[in-house]
Design a binder for this molecule. Structure first.
Ligand code: IDP
Ligand code: MG
Length: 150
């Protein structure tokens, strides 16, 4: 099933000038970028986005991290995009993430794990709506899809 997922390069990815490299991981896999926005996330938005973690001991430092500098918010589309992107991103703790994954290759610390990706269809829908207006998401035919999919 074709799905859309919400993906966000966190402030450390932007600061470390990794945006191009990480975007290439998704493009080279055959996924389709349908929205991109560099944005300074404010405290309210960060707290809403990470609401499920409000009671965790790391919540305060997570909000500080996510609001510290701009993030690159994206919507990425493709066959089974939500689980496929979670696999590309790798485990939450970069030291446990397999090599070849984005966190496994580019990060060292759970508190600086450079990227977010939706973990289910429900969270994808919630997060896409939280960060993007409908008219910011491009619905377009990408010509090489006939080479990517049978
Ligand atoms: P996920 O990003 O892989 O879905 P979650 O468990 O949903 O992982 O946690 C959300 C984010 O909160 C993580 O990506 C990471 O930035 C941060 N985080 C999670 N656990 C810890 C921790 O133990 N210490 C510091 N930050 C954490
Ligand atoms: Mg999560």
């Amino acid at each position: 099933m074709i799905q859309k997922s919400f993906v966000m390069m966190k402030p450390d990815a932007v600061q470390r000038r990794l945006m191009g490299k990480i975007l290439s991981c998704f493009e080279e896999k055959g996924l389709q970028i349908v929205a991109v926005k560099l944005m300074q996330i404010n405290e309210d938005l960060a707290k809403t986005h990470y609401g499920e973690h409000a009671d965790k001991p790391f919540f305060g430092s997570l909000i500080e991290y996510i609001t510290s500098s701009p993030s690159l918010a994206m919507v990425i589309e493709g066959e089974e995009a939500i689980s496929t992107i979670r696999k590309l991103v790798g485990a939450t703790n970069p030291l446990e993430a397999d090599l070849g994954t984005i966190r496994g290759d580019f990060a060292m610390d759970t508190g600086r794990n450079i990227i977010h990706a939706s973990d289910s269809p429900d969270s994808a829908e919630r997060e896409i709506n939280l960060f993007f207006n409908e008219d910011e998401i491009c619905d377009y035919e990408i010509v090489d899809n006939k080479l990517i999919y049978e």
